[in-house]
Design a binder for this molecule. Structure first.
Ligand SMILES: [Fe+2]
Ligand SMILES: [Fe+2]
Length: 369
């Protein structure tokens, strides 16, 4: 499970490797954290890591891309961004092809997208996440391989222009001044220019995604303030994926929103920020309360999400922590999920043995009312 480095403790075991800002491997999968490791991770600005958690969460945990594939793609994009004269964009395209095939061949990717977010704070991890999210939406919308490739190349390079934004603006922990924000807003245009100047063969549709990924349905986006259907669909897909990934990832200046809040925020953005048609596809791809999420109910009980209700994603089946009972919120309409139990609290519950009872509970016991 993902845990903020604020809450990690010596003795916890890493479920996934931890990489630094330049793609260097900091700690291997399987390493048991020590006080020294923890201090060093915090000093390097690592905000979240994956540690072994209670069974309910880890059993459901599935990565869309293997760590090695993700790292390889990130390195290629970084290399091309800083050295496009020596490296051909064809290498980036090849990597996108690899991702498209992984996703097309993968099983059960749709509906498991929450896991690919909040990986870490770095631009290249963000680029890969946005690419995978965009492709999954593309598949949901019926795109075939060729169209997916154009969408994938555009979305993996969408923030390319950030390489021309001064790092002190890009990595500023506080709020940007109006002048700094104006500079930041130039990155879609910078990215588009880099592509044109590189002389590399890139499909115009992919280049449009780089230029248009901050345009908004109501015309309040940038750089051109395009409105409604003047914004091409692939750019809208990338824009939704971009916003979702940004709000569900820890940043230096704010903590990530939990999936259900991000879900509701995106749901409310229909025909204001994004075209409703694309939003509908997106909402089918993500789950507000993934299986294994620890939640508090409006009657004060606490439990873990054990099954999803496809028709009503906000009302899953919840297994109570203090009994062996499963409550189907689709039937128990007077109850709602009132909040999430924080990861650090889950470790405390596990230590106190509260989770033990739920681990041994047979699945499929649903209370009828
Ligand atoms: Fe951007
Ligand atoms: Fe972005």
């Amino acid at each position: 499970m993902k845990l903020s480095t604020k809450y990690i403790r010596p003795g916890m075991k890493l479920m996934r490797p931890v990489f630094g800002p330049n793609g260097e491997l900091l700690l291997q999968r399987g390493v048991v954290l020590t006080a020294q490791y923890i201090m060093s991770l915090r000093q390097r600005g690592v905000l979240t890591v994956d540690v072994e958690g209670p069974k309910e969460i880890d059993e459901e945990y599935r990565e869309v891309l293997e760590d090695e594939v993700r790292q390889d793609v990130m390195n290629t994009v970084r290399e091309w961004t800083f050295n496009s004269r020596q490296t051909s964009v064809q290498r980036v395209i090849k990597k996108v092809e690899m991702i498209v095939d992984e996703i097309l061949n993968g099983k059960g990717v749709v509906g498991n997208l929450t896991e690919i977010c909040s990986v870490d704070m770095y631009t290249y991890a963000h680029s890969v996440d946005v690419c995978v999210l965009s492709l999954t939406m593309g598949i949901q919308m019926g795109y075939k391989r060729e169209a997916l490739m154009r969408l994938g190349v555009g979305s993996i390079l969408h923030d390319l222009g950030k390489s021309r934004v001064p790092p002190e603006i890009l990595n500023k922990p506080g709020k940007l001044t109006p002048v700094e924000f104006a500079e930041m807003k130039k990155h879609p245009l910078y990215g588009y220019k880099i592509i044109l100047e590189s002389g590399d063969e890139i499909d115009p549709e992919s280049a449009s995604v780089i230029l248009n990924h901050h345009e908004k349905y109501d015309g309040n986006g940038y750089p051109r303030g395009l409105k409604g259907d003047k914004i091409d669909e692939k750019s809208v897909i990338c824009a939704v994926a971009d916003v979702y990934n940004a709000i569900t990832t820890d940043r230096v200046y704010r903590e990530a929103l939990p999936p259900h809040e991000a879900y509701e925020m995106i749901m409310a953005a229909g025909n204001v920020m994004f075209d409703c048609k694309v939003l509908d596809a997106f909402l089918k791809c993500i789950v507000p309360y993934p299986v294994g999420t620890f939640v508090a109910l409006s009657n004060g009980f606490r439990g873990v999400v054990s099954r999803l209700n496809k028709k009503l994603p906000l009302r899953p089946v919840v297994k109570l922590l203090n009994s062996r009972e499963e409550i189907d919120l689709m039937r128990e309409r007077n109850l709602v999920i009132s909040g999430l139990i924080r990861p650090e609290e889950i470790f405390e519950l596990a230590k106190g043995g509260v989770l033990g009872a739920t681990t041994s509970t047979p699945r499929g016991v649903v209370r009828n009312s």
